[in-house]
Design a protein around this ligand. Sequence first.
Ligand code: NAG
Ligand code: NAG
Ligand code: NAG
Ligand code: NAG
Length: 469
Amino acid sequence: MTLLRNVFILFTIPVIISISLSSCNSIKFLDDDVDHILKETHDHHNMNIEREFGYDFQAYPSNYFNTILEDNNNLQISRFHRFKNLEENDDEEEAKVTTINVDNFGAKGDGSTDDTNAFQKAWKDACSSSTIVNFVVSQNKKYLLKPIKFSGPCKSSITMQIYGTLLASVDTSDYSKDSRHWLIIDSVQNLVVGGAGVINGNGKIWWQNSCKINKSLPCKHAPTALTFYNCTNLKVKDLKIEDAQQMHLAFERCSSVVVSSLVVSAPESSPNTDGIHITHTQNIQVSDSTIGTGDDCISIVSGSQKVIATGITCGPGHGISIGSLGAGNSEAHVSDITVDGAKFSRTANGLRIKTYQGGSGSASNIKFQNVVMNDVKNPIIIDQYYCDQVSPCKEQDSAVQVKNVIYQNIKGTSAPKEAINFNCSKNFPCQGILLENVKLLGENGETPNANWNNIENLTCHNVSPECPK
Ligand SMILES: *[C@@H]1O[C@H](CO)[C@@H](O)[C@H](O)[C@H]1NC(C)=O
Ligand SMILES: *[C@@H]1O[C@H](CO)[C@@H](O)[C@H](O)[C@H]1NC(C)=O
Ligand SMILES: *[C@@H]1O[C@H](CO)[C@@H](O)[C@H](O)[C@H]1NC(C)=O
Ligand SMILES: *[C@@H]1O[C@H](CO)[C@@H](O)[C@H](O)[C@H]1NC(C)=O
């Protein structure tokens, strides 16, 4: 406790000082910006704390960490734990980390032998280990895998180091029990997945059999390559995820998630291959990732709150989407979403909010800032008449309420049609749209069109194409 107090005193004071400094010399900041600065300052100091803990805590028994970890679902604290795990070189500590390599469970990694059983056995040992686990997938090997569920809760925290390639089975009958998932990580806490390896969904066969590609085939779901379900304190970083059967990466009912340095890729023509899908998930940060697929780079749907995406490079694909929301007359709630720093190249959309007619609930407190568009068809779009089905959607009265959406510092080039398209609901107009420093041009420097349907409380500062008078 003394230690925690010391750390608190050490780091709170500079935090307070730097916050007051930032607010002094940048009066123009809105409240949200101050939050942002606060967060950054906070993160910065956490890094220092981690470092401090890393060195100082060598003097403390390792069960000290386990105690705080168990008492607290706090991501920061589990990070200290993680720090020890990954970077501790002390011999005594090393003995407390169990390395589990799938090769020792019979995995061949030759790209043609089915390694599913070996992975399952290795995971069983990893999850029941009473010491910290380093779960290793070797480099320069390809492990062919059928669908696998890596289930928790596990006894200790686990780091999955994927150095090699995980390759999905292309026999569609392997997915007959659950056609929606290939790899699932279910109910695991304090997990890190990284290692600079590759997760390859081998999706071609699924794309060919999609009703979007072959109109004579019935519409069926294909598997998501990697799903995290009901996970807390999760870190996913330094991975390449490619050619998913359908979506690449999904976070479902998770909380406290940090995602960074991913490369997600699939051909532009591959159907429904969203990069990162976020559903019913709170406190998730996605940063410094490059995503180019046949569908949304990031899709954020119902039940998601406190989502921050920074440093996203998107294209090809359909852009960053909030929604679709309200399909099948459903109630949807999405709030506190920030996209800060993104680059879109030749995508169908940039920043999109899409809702079906007939839904209810709300999408609120959404902020898009510091975004560059390069030849994007619909850079800024709110479509409350979204309809992604074979038969046309019928007119309905209710809608998901879109409220408090801010667009700041958005620039670049657009197709000539609507660079800004607010097609808000007639019965539930968008409320509180603010645009500031938005400049979108056609490819030849001309001013593109804009559409401003059904907005209440529209505020514009320095916007082109111009807002209605
Ligand atoms: C979610 O995960 C926790 C362990 O982290 C587990 O106790 C709980 O039963 C899981 N809930 C569901 C719905 O799977
Ligand atoms: C579309 O699916 C039908 C029915 O399975 C099949 O006969 C046809 O060859 C497919 N077309 C293409 C272009 O793959
Ligand atoms: C707005 O939505 C309506 C209904 O779907 C559609 O007919 C119209 O073309 C849309 N307007 C624009 C500018 O996209
Ligand atoms: C108008 O919109 C702005 C920006 O979204 C919001 O902050 C403000 O509260 C809204 N005002 C009213 C009266 O709704």
